[in-house]
Design a protein around this ligand. Structure first.
Ligand code: URA
Ligand code: ZN
Length: 408
């Protein structure tokens, strides 16, 4: 297909477990670990609720889609994805000792760089129909930092320097615990400062869920992933904002997994709770909702209405500080409803980016090559009422090119 007939599609939420990480999990007896089921298939067991008597889900299948680059490219080709920015999947290095985490981060950052860089060398000019034909770049990555309890700031900053020196690494992936106490831990301050100065994007992703998210019945992973994960992100980011991290580090680029979970839907309620609470009412420089316009979101919502909500909340944040601006904004939205209004009515689309969460959520059986989980997210982007070609192109790929500085 000629490169100009459709918008560039960039996947900013797509994971791998490099072989070195798989080996690490295969050697372990405690979660996270990789075990074999009775049929000899490898299963990854990540969460404490998956273990012990009465556990209602004992792991999930794990196979070459998690580590084989050819499988990633096949998946990308099947779904028309031009470029992926891959990240280590959860639970990253959270479970290691400081010394182990330092070594593992060093290895994984080298692995990630090689994963991206050697693709170009191996496939130069092979995909002449794709957007990336000119540069040969289809893979970029997030690096990892040794963010574990007991680590020194110096060790984290050394790893950050390594990431900065790896040309294909454009950000770092981070869980919600920081170095153990959460993203509002004052000990994270020098780390945030250094990351903000580096210009790297921080991809904040959940792993632990919330208490009781599995339920008493055998609910598989449905509640834990569908609700526990996004609520974990919601709380972690609310804590980070409320601690003033974005006031002190306004240039920090945070990309929030699963469109920040419930944060867009609950931001006005939270704002109200803050201003009615004497403990926190004067803590922030802006209304809580303002900060939603300072962060970035993947478009992994699975529905156009939820994606529209994220965009509206982000857009409102940009217009939040003056009543006149808000009213003018509502006028512009109403104008746009007749589809004759000029562009610029959906400014929140500047901060939202397509993602798949590959290789999680594969088709269950016999559903063909295309993944329903991917198509729902593509359909969501296509289906937001009022968005035109310009908005869709931004969300599908142009924003990611800008944010990560991708040479494609
Ligand atoms: N998506 C992820 O990234 N990790 C999981 O464990 C499940 C879904
Ligand atoms: Zn994910």
């Amino acid at each position: 297909m000629p490169a100009t007939t459709r918008p560039l599609l960039v996947d900013v939420h797509t994971h791998i477990y490099p072989p070195s990480y798989m080996d690490l999990m295969r050697r372990r007896e405690q979660i996270p670990k990789v075990i074999k089921d009775t049929a000899g298939n490898e299963m990854v067991v990540l969460l404490k609720e998956e273990e012990g008597k009465g556990a209602n889900s004992k792991g999930r299948p794990v196979g070459p889609q998690y580590w084989d680059r050819a499988e990633k490219i096949k998946f990308m080709d099947t779904h028309g994805i031009d470029v992926s920015v891959v990240s280590l999947a959860n639970p990253w290095l959270d479970f290691l000792t400081p010394a182990e985490a330092v070594d593992a981060a060093r290895q994984l950052n080298d692995d990630m760089q090689t994963y991206c860089e050697t693709f170009k060398a191996d496939h130069a000019a092979a995909d002449s129909t794709s957007y990336s034909a000119q540069t040969g770049n289809r893979l970029f990555a997030f690096g990892s930092l040794p963010l574990v309890p007991g680590i020194s700031t110096k060790q984290v900053l050394q790893a950050l320097d390594q990431v900065k020196g790896h040309s294909y690494l454009r950000g770092i992936v981070m869980g919600t615990k920081g170095i153990g106490k959460g993203l509002d831990d004052p000990e994270m301050e020098p780390i945030y400062e250094a990351i903000a100065a580096s210009g790297l994007v921080v991809f904040v992703h959940p792993h632990y869920g919330i208490e009781n998210a599995f339920g008493e019945q055998d609910n598989g992973h449905a509640l834990a992933l569908g609700l526990g994960f996004p609520f974990e992100t919601t709380i972690a980011i609310a804590r980070l904002v409320l601690a003033g991290v974005l006031d002190r580090h306004p240039t920090l680029k945070l990309l929030l997994a699963h469109s920040a979970g419930a944060l867009p839907a609950l931001s006005s309620r939270l704002s109200s709770c803050i201003v009615h609470d004497p403990h926190v009412k004067d803590r922030l420089q802006h209304d809580f909702r303002y900060y939603l316009g300072q962060m970035y979101y993947d478009a992994v919502t699975y529905g156009p209405e939820e994606l529209a909500l994220t965009e509206r909340v982000v857009a409102r944040a940009n217009n939040y500080e003056s009543k006149d601006e808000q009213l003018a904004y509502v006028d512009r939205v109403n104008e746009r409803r007749d589809l004759t209004a000029p562009e610029g009515v959906f400014p929140g689309t500047d901060r939202i980016m397509f993602g798949t969460d590959h290789p999680f959520f594969p088709p269950l059986e016999g559903q063909g090559d295309r993944w329903k989980s991917v198509d729902e997210n593509l359909d969501a982007i296509a289906g937001v009422a009022g968005w035109g070609d310009a908005e869709r192109a931004r969300v599908m790929g142009a924003n990611a090119v800008d944010l990560f500085g991708l040479e494609v």
